[in-house]
Write a protein that binds this ligand. Structure first.
Ligand SMILES: O=C(O)C1=C[C@@H](OP(=O)(O)O)[C@@H](O)[C@H](O)C1
Ligand SMILES: C=C(OP(=O)(O)O)C(=O)O
Length: 447
């Protein structure tokens, strides 16, 4: 489905953005609420669950594993946990759709079950590397078969005797860290993961919320096998990765003042705010609170004269999903923006370096892809429209479709974005919300 052109976005420029909005729930936390709720004892109640295709793929997979899950109903979900050893062999292949998080985290959780299962996904997921989770799981004693080069589908053979490992992650990946920690719950001994740079820590936080002891010490997280999870309540904050589109939109629009409500501000996710502030963005936080172990706040963003910067590499994993839209910010900044140390962008739903550079070049922007990043010569704060609108292929990647909808704010003409149905993976209702803030995005059904 991801390769088809079922929906086109027609996006055009707008001078002003105003109002306030609450973007949907955090995708990473929504996935984890289903996974941990399923293996917990008791009923976990979730609020603010993201009803996007990725999180729904995780939900359907756990239903196929015998878990009774009620909802989603306006973001409310009830997961009737079956306990650590209550999952059942699925009768069908588990379809992870477009979602790397589903496949990588579920691999860890399923490696220690006493049944076999198959994990598959769409054509975008079919190209993504799974060797990064297979390698540590094999070290733990799991039995997993994959396609050539460690690609999906994955065949996970039941194995109830995993052994704990001390694993140093070869790349900064919260998905791999989480996969190993979830497998560690089923292993004999204490499993330790060390990361080369700070990555999102929702798994560690949520495991603690379910009563599991997770020991963290600097770059290392450890979990002892054989612990059980106790059901809890989870309030999912708004997804900062979805809010990021409007942070950039309001920064580059000539006359903008918007507020994004109840945004998750876990410090392992706030790189986008730090980077935009370094570029000169006008961002203010208020109403700080904590929900279910995760910090949240309202984020007010006003127009600003952005300037190009060298993005500090330490911020890369903390903003990993926001680079497509940060490239749009850079295109509208004065001077050169340089991103390095971001080779992980090449193995997301699309090669986000190649696809974004190509699209920006089609708009007439000087964007030079490098092996691990991009160099963008921003067009700066000239009045009026900055570059030309063009036609963009989403390449099965929601963040590409939404980033070019934002780029249209400063483009001359109508940006036509093909295959835009992919935004439903992470941001159902994107078009309505964007238009409510003053953006001009039309969703056109094809065929
Ligand atoms: O753990 C998670 O929920 C995620 C981790 C990141 O992936 P990597 O672990 O591959 O960096 C991110 O890109 C993805 O959208 C969600
Ligand atoms: C990379 C992403 O997700 P996933 O890896 O779960 O497909 C994303 O949402 O940008």
């Amino acid at each position: 489905m991801s390769d088809l052109n079922l929906i086109e976005f027609h996006a055009s420029s707008t001078p002003a953005l105003s109002g306030s909005a609450r973007v949907p729930g955090d995708k990473s936390i929504s996935h984890r609420s289903i996974m941990m709720g399923s293996i917990a004892e008791g009923t976990t109640e979730v609020e603010g669950f993201l009803e996007g295709e990725d999180a729904l793929a995780t939900m359907n997979a756990f239903r196929a594993l015998g878990v009774n899950i009620e909802g989603p109903d306006n973001g409310k979900v009830k997961v009737h946990g079956v306990g650590m050893h209550g999952l059942k062999a699925p009768r069908q292949v588990l379809d992870c759709g477009n979602s790397g998080t589903s496949m990588r985290l579920m691999s860890g959780l399923l490696a220690g079950q006493d049944f076999d299962c198959m994990l598959t996904g769409d054509s975008s997921l079919g190209k993504r590397p799974m060797k990064r989770v297979i390698d540590p799981l094999l070290l733990m004693g799991a039995r997993i078969e994959s396609q050539e080069g460690g690609r999906p589908p994955l065949h996970i053979h039941g194995r109830t005797s995993l052994k704990a490992i001390d694993y140093v992650l070869p790349m900064a990946s919260a998905q791999v860290k989480s996969c190993v920690l979830l497998a560690g719950l089923y292993a004999e001994g204490t499993t330790t993961v060390t990361e080369p740079a700070v990555t999102r820590d929702h798994t560690e936080r949520m495991l603690r919320g379910f009563g599991v002891e997770v020991v963290t010490d600097g770059a290392t997280a450890s979990v002892k096998g054989g612990q059980s999870l106790k059901a809890t309540k989870i309030d999912v904050p708004s997804d900062i990765s979805s809010a990021a589109f409007f942070m950039v939109a309001a920064s580059i629009a000539p006359d903008a003042d918007i507020t994004l409500k109840h945004v998750g501000l876990n410090p392992t996710r706030t790189g986008v705010i730090d980077i935009l502030k370094l570029m000169g963005a006008n961002i203010e936080l208020s109403n700080h609170a904590e929900v279910g172990g995760e910090p949240v706040a309202d984020v007010r963003v006003r127009s600003a004269a952005l300037k190009g910067i060298e993005i500090p590499e330490s911020l890369v994993p903390l903003a990993i999903d926001e680079f497509p839209v940060l490239f749009v910010a850079a295109a509208n900044a004065t001077g050169r923006t340089v991103l390095t140390g971001a080779e992980e962008l090449r193995v997301k739903e699309s090669d986000r370096i190649a696809v974004m550079a190509h699209g920006l070049q089609k708009c007439g922007i000087d964007a030079e892809p490098t092996e691990d990043g991009m160099i963008i010569q921003g067009l700066g704060q000239v009045d009026g429209l900055r570059y030309k609108a063009t036609s963009i292929e989403s390449q099965g990647d929601h963040r590409i479709a939404m980033s070019f909808s934002v780029a249209a704010i400063r483009a001359e003409g109508t940006m036509v974005i093909h295959g835009a149905q992919t935004v439903d993976t992470s941001f159902p209702g994107f078009v309505a919300l964007a238009n409510s803030l003053g953006m001009k995005v039309q969703s056109v059904r094809k065929g």
